[in-house]
Design a protein around this ligand. Structure first.
Ligand code: EPZ
Length: 432
């Protein structure tokens, strides 16, 4: 096993390119189950979650081929298998996104139920309600969801849950409905940019999806989808994480292939915390999909306290909560964070407190009393974004930080340490 070692205290300076979005890549790769011919996906990041989904697709008779130019070619070769087994699904909760396309194309799906994880219990009840509304019969047996429906029928379905819309639930029902008979309207659809990217990909392949990015998403069934060449959007969470790394170290960085058009809530809060952000060359269109501009982030390292609440898009992303917790741990005063998407997603707090932070957590609220500095020690990563928050903490801390259970970071950030090192951070991997 490997650990990450960081010698803190070096401001980040320079340019960094934002990679393709993990959470767009995964459902778009799964959507290839619906498609005739080969789809060429560009901008797919090199991550263990992507590798896991390739393994599941291979198991389901799909060829995944990495090309020399970095693109990923995906072709369905054999449609006979409909089972996504536990041994693969348990590696990544997002594997549930094969349920909708398998059912929509092959008329049956047997997918292992993903367990909970360190960010919460993570039920899939809304996914199941959605496919039932399309006429599928659903049985939960021996840890598997077995869904059957030879010809699904469009329907109106409300997909809201106790914490708002569901991202992968919306993706699953969209993918199940795209080849169904007639019109499906998903009410309280998730509007996240990654959900929009999936809809845009499907439309390019021949689907008829409208009101993309709106609360009531409309899917008119078509007979067939065909392979396309598609570039996925940049990763807003990777971009936001690097912005915070720049801010906490008192750095001056430029993000290329910028994702700031999807980061209004994050940029707003960073500015409120005293971080200078300049969006250069941003194409000013309402959907923001043409934005290939640059984002400049500058900070003198003096962070003001702020309050924030995570919400579904376009609110503050829950996937940025842990990184903001780190940033605010060295603010000049007290901040309050309220988690409204995954109310128990606070495993990083105990580790940050071991680094000298002063954070109290009760229910879905974290109260962060800013301290003058963090100090390096050995900490344990509990999930992907918690790992990112500890890396950010290590960059700012006095002394050396070692982060164990590093495999989490490779699920969602491609070679993060090399890219931070290129910006002047002292960060490297070592064998544990
Ligand atoms: C997606 O997970 C992302 N994953 C998560 O990113 C992200 O944190 C989350 O959306 C919220 O933005 C991928 O896109 C692969 P949800 P998802 O269904 O779709 C409850 C990361 O770090 N709910 O939108 O699984 C649920 O428990 C990851 O990259 C139900 O109650 O999240 C939560 O409280 C982690 N029943 C809320 O809804 C359901 O059937 C939102 O979850 C489904 C969800």
């Amino acid at each position: 096993m490997e650990k990450m070692v960081i010698e803190g205290g070096y401001p980040l300076n320079g340019r960094v390119r934002v990679n393709g979005a993990k959470n767009a890549a995964l459902p778009i790769m799964a959507a290839c189950l619906l498609i005739h011919g080969t789809s060429k996906l560009r901008g797919i990041p090199e991550l263990t979650d992507v590798k896991t989904l390739c393994d599941i697709l291979n198991e389901l008779g799909v060829e995944t081929k990495k090309c020399q130019d970095g693109s990923l070619d995906i072709t369905v070769k054999d449609e006979s298998n409909i089972t996504a087994p536990y041994d693969l699904v348990r590696r990544m909760r997002a594997s549930i996104c094969v349920l909708g396309p398998l059912l929509g194309k092959r008329g049956m799906a047997k997918v292992s139920i993903p367990g909970g994880c360190s960010i919460g219990s993570r039920p899939i009840d809304i996914h199941l309600k959605g496919i039932e509304a399309l006429g599928a019969e659903v049985e939960v047996k021996d840890g598997y969801v077995i869904a059957t429906g030879e010809k699904l029928k469009g329907s109106r379905v409300y997909l809201g849950g106790p914490y708002g819309s569901t991202v992968l639930g919306t993706c699953n029902i969209m993918m199940a409905a795209v080849l169904a008979e007639g019109r499906t309207i998903i009410e309280n659809a998730a509007c996240e940019p990654e959900v929009q990217d999936l809809a845009n990909f499907l439309n390019k392949a021949g689907a008829n999806i409208s009101a993309i990015g709106e609360n009531n998403l409309i899917i008119d069934g078509v007979d067939e989808l065909n392979g396309v060449d598609y570039e996925i959007i940049p990763d807003r969470i990777e971009a936001g994480t690097i912005m915070i790394a720049g801010a906490i170290t008192g750095g001056n960085i430029v993000l290329e292939n910028d994702a700031s058009c999807y980061l209004a809530s994050v940029i707003d809060k960073l500015r409120e915390a005293g971080v200078y952000i300049d969006l250069r060359d941003a194409v000013n269109n309402s959907s923001g999909y043409e934005n290939k501009g640059e984002c400049i982030v500058k900070s003198d390292g003096n962070i003001k306290p702020i309050n924030l609440t995570t919400l579904p898009y376009p609110g503050m992303p829950t996937d940025m909560q842990a990184q903001f917790t780190t940033l605010l741990s060295i603010a000049n005063g007290t901040s309050v964070i309220t988690e409204r998407v995954f109310p128990h997603r606070f495993m990083h707090i105990a580790e940050l407190n071991r680094m000298g932070a002063n954070i109290m957590n009760e229910d879905a609220i974290a109260i962060i009393k800013g301290v003058s500095s963090l100090s390096g020690t050995t900490v344990m990563a509990s999930d992907l974004r918690a790992s990112a928050s500890l890396i950010v903490a290590g960059l700012a801390a006095k002394g050396v930080t070692e982060i164990r259970r590093l495999y989490h970071i490779d699920r969602g950030y491609e070679r993060l340490e090399d890219r931070l090192a290129n910006l002047g951070a002292k960060i490297w991997r070592e064998k544990e």
